[in-house]
Design a protein around this ligand. Sequence first.
Ligand code: FRU
Length: 365
Amino acid sequence: MSTWMRSLGLVCALMGCALIMACGPQAEAPAPAGEAGEGAPVVGGVAELPAAPETPEPTPIAEPETPPAPAGPTEDEEPRWTIAMSQCNLGEPWRVQMNADIAAAAAQHPEIEVVFQDAQNDASRQRSQIEEFAAAGVDLLIVSPMEPEPLTGPISEVYQQGIPVIVLDRAVYGEDYTCFIGADNVKIAEAVGEFVLEILGGEGQVVELTGRMTDMPGRDRHIGFHNVIDGTGVEVIFQADTIWLEPNARSEMESALSRFEDIDLVYGHNDPAARGAHLAARAADRDDEMLFLGIDALPHEGQAYVREGIFAATFLYPTGGAEAIDIALRILNGEEVPKEIVLNSRVFTPDNIDQGGEVLIFTEE
Ligand code: FRU
């Protein structure tokens, strides 16, 4: 195990946080390549590190204990490069899937190992974890930032130190990163708006259960939807911030149900929000009065709800995990990569789910 890994492992053990080796044997690895890796820097004194909170909020879903088995001949090969993955939160299934996609892609490449940290929806914790990764001399950082305001600066600092940075799924401000990978939330939400106009025949009363409105996707999924429906006969009669979480969506929907007798459709900014709304409506015996749709479209979540007849639609927000590993390898091998990679989406409805949904083309494939 390299010096930086021992250091980081020690720090993490002291902080009670999870350090998960996604790939690669724990054999003696060469010092990380690149500017930040030279001299195998160690993480600074433990006393300087922020204390872990006693009760993390919200409770994260545990990482899968056993990452997918490596497909390649990993046993005798030592990883050349260490990739750090800073995940803003593992409290929703989509983010667990993103980490699993990264782990599965990395497992194909014995030359890399990936270490994960979960910031548990706490921007200052994510900042510290990013700083620790940089101080430990990782070769590349993948970061899915919680919010742009507090994290643009720390990400920029890592990039300015010469560590390549892939910003995944949620954007930051400015240009201080190597590559951004994500889908276009405004365009997806515009597609949601078109779908809603069509399915409601141009008019109706909608409940909009948003993601956290200080996150880029929360803002963009609101803006895109309103780009299309504003000025039409479709009206948002109730809007609430669910912070992306199903239990919050459920209680917000209880309020909406108690205030409005006529609700035609619920637009959840993610599938857990739409699902929480459905649970509330079902408990009130009103689920048949309205339609539900969300964004994310995990096979075992949104897509399953479409199959079960609970959702009228779910729109894919791809995790980009596999693409991030692909781009990371290209960067580590010295190739030029695009500054921005926009992933396409799909819409799944009861009519097309058996055909794998329908592609929404936002970029040339
Ligand atoms: C999880 C999540 C997903 C959503 C994504 C956007 O935190 O809310 O449900 O699609 O983030 O970044």
